[in-house]
Design a protein around this ligand. Structure first.
Ligand code: COA
Length: 180
């Protein structure tokens, strides 16, 4: 997976965005993300802002596998590539621990193709860092935006199952598939 030695990577520029490690100036955007009812709709709900203000560290998300996505320097979302827990349902290899893509963007940045652009760049980076490794993804099947994005990124359905009281879609993107 993504060992600390290979992280943080140098910032990754895309046509309109930059993927980079988290910085202290991103803290307000992290709070905004986790306090947003729209962002939380399919991922367990929003958290109270005052609780977040107390709990969120000075530099949130500074760890291997977490990209801040910035537009003109300002954070508009985050992308994660974390090992999928072996205890979870949904795997494409028996030992588990596959790289799993996650994406959360601020609602004001939705509908402009930013999430696609940023995820495609993260997947390209991963394909270079871990050649031949598949990337998996799971989302509530009711999460239309996340489902459309997964399809555009080249993820194909492996299975659907119930988890957290709802139907989950689990897909894989073979390493050879170009991001688009
Ligand atoms: C999932 C999420 C990241 C998708 O964001 P998004 O902005 O819809 O995704 P994309 O970047 O693919 O943008 C697609 C939209 O941009 C539009 N668009 C505008 N300009 C575009 C461009 N230059 N290129 C591509 N698409 C463009 C597309 O037409 C599309 O619009 P539509 O949704 O109305 O059809 C976002 O909804 C989110 O953060 N949700 C909350 C967190 C969450 O549930 N995450 C998933 C957990 S598994």
């Amino acid at each position: 997976m993504i060992e600390p030695g290979t992280w943080p990577t140098a910032p990754i520029p895309t046509e309109r965005l930059v993927l980079r490690a988290s910085e202290a100036r991103d803290r307000a955007a992290f709070v905004e993300l986790f306090a947003s009812p729209e962002v939380g709709t399919y991922i367990g709900g929003a958290r109270p802002r005052d609780e977040l203000e107390r709990a969120v560290p000075e530099v949130p998300g500074r760890r291997p596998g977490c990209f801040v996505v910035a537009l003109g320097g300002t954070m508009i979302g985050m992308i994660t590539l974390d090992p999928r827990g072996v205890e979870r349902r949904g795997h494409v290899r028996p030992e588990g621990g596959e790289a799993e893509l996650g994406y959360l963007f601020l609602p004001k940045a939705w509908g402009r193709g930013y999430a696609f652009e940023a995820c495609a760049a993260a997947l390209d980076w991963f394909a270079g860092a871990r050649p031949g490794e598949p990337v998996v993804l799971s989302t509530r099947s009711a999460n239309d935006r996340a489902m459309r994005l997964a399809a555009k990124l080249g993820f194909a359905e492996v299975e659907r199952f119930e988890e957290y009281g709802a139907e989950q879609w689990f897909g894989v993107r073979p390493s050879a598939t170009p991001a688009g």
